[in-house]
Design a protein around this ligand. Structure first.
Ligand SMILES: Nc1ncnc2c1ncn2[C@@H]1O[C@H](COP(=O)(O)OP(=O)(O)OP(=O)(O)O)[C@@H](O)[C@H]1O
Ligand SMILES: [Mg+2]
Length: 362
């Protein structure tokens, strides 16, 4: 799939913009703070329905304006597609697909698939499990809409169970009603856990390939899905998880929240047999994070029959020239958007960005 055209009005530091993109490599060049990342963010927004930064929708509107607007025109294998987002300071945003407003973001997910990478994604390898769950969730949701809905279902059930734990006067009250939530929770957790496990298994070989390719070496990478439910992923999952929830009820009541579940899942990443989070060099961690992202490209291609869009924000400053070159070669299979401060004469269309405007395209 690819994005042919982008239109912005009062989005971040852009007042008015209309631009066409090329099929393969699109490079946004410019000094710091000119609007390169903002441009990427606007495209990303139309793919995922939210920003890659954690911000309020209202902060996306150009300062001192009441509303903002993004439109992308895209082309998929079998059909064309337009996505529009209207932001307003006074009301909730409106997302439209082919001019028709959608009711839930779930309708947008999976329409325009995207893989995003920035230096910030190092968190994926280095930081808390939450980052790795987010990685799984955004990716699986794009491939599998039911998964996206299942996640919000799980969160609702978990929220209700936690409310009960927190607000009940004594454990007896909890025991009287917790069963309803537990039954729903174990069912939902099972679906999510099995999907995540399957996902990790399916990206593992692609991650290995990307890692070897990028590092030009023989580093052995191993991914392992770690279930936060504390039980094996087998046919007795629901029964065993339910038992464990009961066993932990007193503890959970004291804590005021549910201590087990897929909200505690993680992925362990090993490089040459040791945990990369603790023992990998900075460069290794960076390459692993990038490999995971590149694995998404291949996995999505395999699952949906079409490559997603690849977005690389400011990654060049962090990679040596060999890796840069390999990365560019790898990305030639998809439409790619890159932002960079250096004019490197990459083999693509260059858009010179300055103060919320595209000054030049060559
Ligand atoms: N809602 C907004 N309205 C107007 N300007 C904004 C808004 N949000 C952010 N900006 C401004 O947009 C500018 C450009 O941001 P952006 O992150 O796109 O820069 P960049 O070109 O990617 O720079 P860098 O090379 O440093 O990453 C920032 O200086 C920021 O102050
Ligand atoms: Mg930037």
């Amino acid at each position: 799939m690819k994005i042919n055209r982008l239109k912005l009005r009062n989005f971040r530091n852009y007042e008015e913009l209309e631009v066409n993109f090329g099929d393969s490599l699109n490079v946004f060049v410019g000094k710091n703070a000119q609007g390169k990342t903002n441009l990427l963010e606007s495209i990303y927004y139309c793919c995922i329905g939210k920003s890659f930064k954690s911000v309020k929708d209202k902060d996306i509107i150009k300062w001192n304006h009441e509303d903002g607007y993004i439109k992308v025109e895209a082309e998929k294998k079998y059909r064309d597609l337009s996505v529009e987002v209207k932001f307003s300071k006074k009301s909730k945003k409106i997302v439209m697909i082919n001019s028709l407003p959608i009711k839930r973001i779930g309708e947008l997910i999976g329409e325009l698939n995207i893989v995003f990478f920035s230096p910030n994604e190092l968190k994926l390898v280095k930081e808390s499990p939450e980052e790795r769950r987010k990685f799984m969730d955004i990716d699986i949701s794009q491939i599998n809409k039911r998964y996206f809905y299942q996640l919000s279902r799980y969160e609702k059930i978990l929220g209700n169970r936690n409310k009960l734990l927190k607000n009940s006067e004594n454990i007896q009250v909890v025991k009287e009603t917790v069963d309803i939530w537990d039954r729903a929770l174990v069912q939902s957790a099972k679906k999510i856990a099995f999907e995540r496990d399957k996902f990790v298994k399916s990206i593992a070989p692609y991650t290995q390939k990307a890692q070897s390719y990028l590092s030009g070496g023989k580093e052995e990478i191993e991914l392992r899905y770690i279930s936060g439910c504390g039980v094996n992923l087998d046919e007795k999952f629901e029964e065993n998880f339910d038992k464990l929830l009961k066993k932990n009820l007193e503890k959970d009541f004291k804590l005021g929240y549910t201590s087990l579940g897929v909200h505690r899942d993680d992925i362990d990443i090993f490089l040459n047999g040791v945990e990369v989070k603790s023992f990998g060099s900075q460069g290794q961690q960076r390459t692993v994070a990038l490999s995971l992202k590149l694995a998404e490209l291949e996995n999505m291609y395999n699952e949906v029959g079409e490559y997603p869009i690849l977005m690389l924000d400011d990654v060049f400053s962090e990679l040596d020239s060999d890796r840069q070159e390999r990365l560019l070669k790898f990305s030639s299979r998809t439409q790619t958007f890159i932002s960079t401060t250096e004019n490197k004469n990459l083999n693509g269309i260059e858009y010179l960005i300055s103060n919320g405007k595209i000054l030049n395209i060559k």
